[in-house]
Design a protein around this ligand. Structure first.
Ligand SMILES: NC(=O)c1ccc[n+]([C@@H]2O[C@H](COP(=O)([O-])OP(=O)(O)OC[C@H]3O[C@@H](n4cnc5c(N)ncnc54)[C@H](O)[C@@H]3O)[C@@H](O)[C@H]2O)c1
Length: 265
């Protein structure tokens, strides 16, 4: 039986989630980074040993995977409006390269930053449509079917398509090559670490500490291939977290409802 995961490579390490996780994992794992942006250009990057390389250049990223037990793959263009040429290069081609570099380097586990946008078109349907608009009517929290890990994918954008691609690639590398893969359909993580900017965020927010707990459990608990939703214990969440609770013991500590009276719009 393999020992605990020690050496963790975070791709997209200079971004919002990358810097949040590298700070949270300090002292827990030996963390290194990979990003197309040099760390010196980013105030929060600290002293993380970082390979500066473009994920779409396989030969350039491969050395960063040597001796790595697990990869947290975050590198991508994160805006949902990202145009197709950038999605293709930075989200699709780079993601395939990261899976292949992990396989070739004998990495045991990969945590893929998927997105709620892989299933975003559920928000065109009731009751989710009303919930994201804050029109709760007679709805009661939890008394409706939440979107779970078994629903068909319903991407809402080219960006969403790239996240479906990353999940499917994870399934392939898991079943064909034995790579352990957790795909996280992340909700809303922001720099303010607050859901106060939009009524939708009262349903979709993922706090920084819940994010860190979820990813840490994806690195420490047994799994083969899983899809989990990355959302805090928000009263009006409409994505399932029961599966993550059951499989890896995810127990979020935050609830966006505590911020409702500070909502800005
Ligand atoms: N923040 C959220 O609410 C949220 C929600 C769902 C999914 N996600 C996903 O989580 C991941 C991280 O998101 P974030 O909010 O930290 O985004 P971010 O934009 O802050 O960070 C992304 C990082 O990836 C790097 N990057 C982009 N293209 C690259 C490439 N070709 N090669 C190497 N590095 C590259 C960027 O330089 C940046 O540092 C992304 O995959 C995003 O799609 C984020």
């Amino acid at each position: 039986m393999a020992g605990p995961i020690k050496n963790v490579l975070i791709t997209g390490s200079n971004g919002l989630i990358g810097t949040t996780l590298s700070a949270a994992f300090s002292g827990k794992f030996n963390v290194s980074g990979l990003d197309v942006t040099p760390p010196a250009a980013m105030a929060a990057s600290g002293t993380l040993p970082t390979t500066v390389a473009d994920g779409s250049d396989y030969d350039a990223i491969l050395p960063a995977f040597k001796g790595i037990d697990a990869v947290v793959h975050l590198a991508a263009n994160a805006p949902v409006e990202t145009p197709w040429p950038d999605v293709l290069k930075n989200n699709i081609s780079a993601t395939h390269n990261v899976y292949e570099a992990a396989r070739q380097s004998g990495v045991r586990r990969l945590v893929f930053a998927s997105s709620n946008h892989a299933v975003g078109l559920f928000e065109d349907d009731e009751p989710y449509k009303s919930i994201v608009a804050g029109n709760y009517g007679d709805l009661k929290p939890g008394e409706f079917k939440r979107v779970d890990n078994t629903v068909p994918v319903r991407p809402d954008s080219d960006y969403g398509i790239s996240k479906v691609f990353g999940e499917a690639t994870g399934r392939y590398y898991s079943e064909r090559f034995g790579l352990e893969v957790a795909c996280l359909r992340i909700g809303t993580v922001n720099r303010l670490n607050s859901p106060a900017q939009s009524v939708r965020h009262l349903a979709t927010w993922l706090s920084h500490r819940d994010l860190a707990q979820l990813v840490e459990r994806c690195l420490t608990e047994p799994l083969k291939f899983e899809i989990f939703y990355g959302v805090s214990a928000n009263t009006w969440r409409f994505w399932d977290i029961g599966h993550a609770a059951e499989k890896i013991g995810y127990a979020p500590q935050d609830n966006a409802e505590d911020w409702r009276d500070r909502l800005e719009s």
